[in-house]
Ligand binder design. Structure first.
Ligand SMILES: [Zn+2]
Length: 223
């Protein structure tokens, strides 16, 4: 009987202790195990996402790079098309111009004073470059300076280049056509208002396009 009682007590103690132990283990370990399990799952997810992100980014970067390269070519091709200069050989200029026009436009010559066809020319219209046809001056800006050459107080915007000219012992400012580099004459600071400058231009360096009124009234007087 004593053994039976002892065994029952021991069994009861063991089972109670076992239950207590198991309950404590159950209460402690599941939380820890679940936390660690969650952290492990997160780490695995991160690794997977990292592993997935590498090929995904590789797949994306290739088409993006191809798309980015294409628009870079558009502005490059569009920029050089702006304002190309007219370049001809001496033989081509000689074939295009009269000997006097060639000597003045291409060799920086000067016509004799009071001999040019536009010196006393005051019709309405537009004066152009004889070499390339670029409009340079409007007749409304022409005036009689008395110097012996056609004079203008204003040129059309962005059509004429100015360069220092030290020839013949003088310091003057040469004016040339921006488009074809043809010599036009010189510019001085003794012009009338509103600009105060005088574009002194050889008649041989210019052409003339009459205004619409002159074209209709005198169509046969084109020069
Ligand atoms: Zn020109």
């Amino acid at each position: 009987m004593k053994y039976q009682i002892y065994t029952i007590i021991i069994a009861g103690l063991v089972t109670s202790c076992g239950v207590k132990k198991t309950t404590t283990i159950k209460t402690d370990n599941p939380n820890k195990s679940s936390d660690s399990a969650k952290s492990l799952v997160k780490q695995e997810e991160k690794q997977q996402s990292k592993d997935l992100s590498i090929p995904a980014s590789d797949k994306k970067t290739k088409p993006e790079a191809e798309i980015k390269i294409q628009p870079q070519f558009e502005p490059i091709t569009s920029t050089p098309q702006v304002s190309k200069k007219i370049v001809k050989t001496d033989a081509e200029w000689k074939a295009l111009l009269s000997p006097e026009e060639y000597q003045i436009l291409r060799q920086k010559g000067t016509e004799r004073a009071f001999t040019g066809k536009f010196d006393k020319h005051y019709k309405e219209g537009t004066y152009t470059c004889k070499g390339c046809g670029t409009p340079l001056f409007e007749s409304t800006t022409k005036y009689d300076s008395g110097c012996g050459w056609p004079a203008f107080f204003k040129a059309k915007e962005n059509t004429i280049d100015e360069t220092v000219d030290r020839s013949y012992g003088m310091i003057r400012t040469e004016i040339t056509c921006k488009k074809c580099d043809g010599h036009l004459g010189h510019i001085f600071n003794d012009g009338p208002n509103p600009t105060g400058v005088r574009y002194c231009v050889n008649s041989a360096s210019m052409g003339f396009i009459p205004a619409e009124k002159d074209k209709q009234s005198n169509p046969k007087q084109k020069k």
